[in-house]
Design a protein around this ligand. Structure first.
Ligand code: FMN
Length: 170
């Protein structure tokens, strides 16, 4: 195995953390476009492109819910799918992978980000305002913003793999 461009990627994966408190001013749109686009690189069985990403700022947030005003930019990461259960499951998995791409891209570009769901994702008026069909869903509301200047650095974390990772035949 040769070293690829991996160190930065591995470091980004290990150091990404949810950040809930952000500055009220929105990040530059070009930066938001770049991190949102990262979601589209997610693996996607049968290339169904099941994601619909609604990138909101200003009043567009409160048009969905005042709760989205906790950050200047909110990306509703939705899965748009059909009634085949296997495809629906795989489509949702692909969108979830896209959400993680988005979070890692935000981290890589110095933006604060947080994946939120809560009861909002199931509320009929929220679903309607996002234009979701009967099989569609909000997988994540990703809150994005510029980090606070005095934000404390997140404590490093080393997940304990025992119990989560099982090695067989090694
Ligand atoms: C599917 C999903 C839904 C989540 N929903 C919420 C939420 O509604 N509110 C919240 O505060 N955090 C939510 N989170 C963020 C987790 O709480 C957070 O990822 C967890 O505390 C671990 O922290 P970290 O992201 O810094 O590693 C959600 C995360 C996932 C994966």
């Amino acid at each position: 195995v040769t070293a690829g461009p991996g160190e930065e990627v591995m470091r980004a994966i290990a150091t990404r953390r949810s950040v809930s408190r952000v500055r009220p001013d929105p990040p530059p749109r070009a930066l938001v476009e770049e991190v949102v686009h990262a979601a589209l690189h997610a693996p996607n069985h049968h290339a169904t492109a099941p994601w619909r990403l609604v990138v909101m700022t200003g009043d567009a947030r409160s048009a969905i819910s005042p709760r989205l005003e906790r950050a200047p930019v909110v990306v509703a990461c939705c899965v748009v799918t059909g009634d085949d259960p296997v495809t629906a499951r795989e489509d949702r998995d692909a969108v979830a992978a896209g959400v993680q791409n988005l979070l890692l891209a935000a981290h890589a570009r110095g933006l604060a980000a947080m994946w939120r769901t809560g009861t909002m994702v199931d509320e009929p008026d929220v679903r309607e305002a996002l234009g979701l069909g009967p099989h569609d869903a909000v997988v994540a509301f990703v809150y994005l913003g510029l980090p606070l200047e005095d934000a404390p650095a997140a404590a490093p974390r080393e997940p304990d793999g025992s119990g989560s990772v099982v090695w067989r035949g090694w």
